[in-house]
Design a protein around this ligand. Structure first.
Ligand code: ZN
Length: 202
């Protein structure tokens, strides 16, 4: 690895008058994805961190009639599985507790265990339906870490295929998603072991 050309932490001004942070020559290629900022900056973000405005709260455990509209794939005892409305890829799922909780360390033992179990089942189901070659798993805890809804913890499960991160999001600010969210939900809900959520009859 070569020595960084400029180790100053201060932004510099180029000849066009644009300020920018100097990038060290560390041999690492970087892609900048400004389309993500639309999501991070918060379209459809709740006005506060309370349960009353949280899009992940308010599920009636006994009523699954809205599961299709909610893009809900599976209901567990303490956690549930739902499609991400702003997916990185087709089949981008989230596992989250019913309870409005922001920090991973505040999950109960049962929630922690079921979050892990449902993550495994989500990987198995996505593999059976879409055959991805890999996965990104992760929790962005807190707004500063990139959480879209920081007040309600959610684990991301993003299936990955060879070549899925192509030039299109960079050049066109457009993510190519080959399947509509409702269709993805129906396929995953039907393939989920012991599937109990309703299928879209439309
Ligand atoms: Zn919530």
């Amino acid at each position: 690895m070569s020595t960084p050309q400029n180790s100053s932490p201060l932004p510099s001004i180029d000849q066009a008058g644009q300020g920018h942070w100097p990038l060290p020559d560390d041999g690492m290629g970087r892609l900048w994805v400004p389309h993500r900022m639309v999501y991070i900056k918060g379209e459809n973000k709740p006005a506060d961190t309370g349960e009353s405005t949280c899009p992940f709260c308010g599920l009636d455990p006994a009523d699954s009639t809205d599961d299709v509209d909610r893009l809900l794939v599976h209901r567990g005892r303490t956690c549930f599985v739902i499609l991400n409305l702003y997916p990185y890829n087709s089949g981008h799922l989230m596992v989250l507790p019913y309870r409005h909780v922001a920090a991973y360390i505040d999950l109960t033992a049962e929630e922690t265990a079921e979050l892990a179990d449902l993550t495994k089942t989500a990987i198995r189901t996505l593999t059976a339906v879409y055959g991805p070659q890999g996965f990104n798993l992760g929790i962005n805890q807190g707004d500063i870490a990139g959480a879209g809804i920081g007040a309600h913890l959610h684990q991301h499960i993003v299936p990955r295929w060879q070549g899925d991160a192509n030039f299109l999001p960079i050049v066109g600010h457009t993510k190519a998603l080959p399947e509509l969210l409702g269709d993805t939900r129906d396929r995953l809900a039907a393939a989920w072991p012991g599937a109990t959520t309703p299928k879209d009859e439309n």
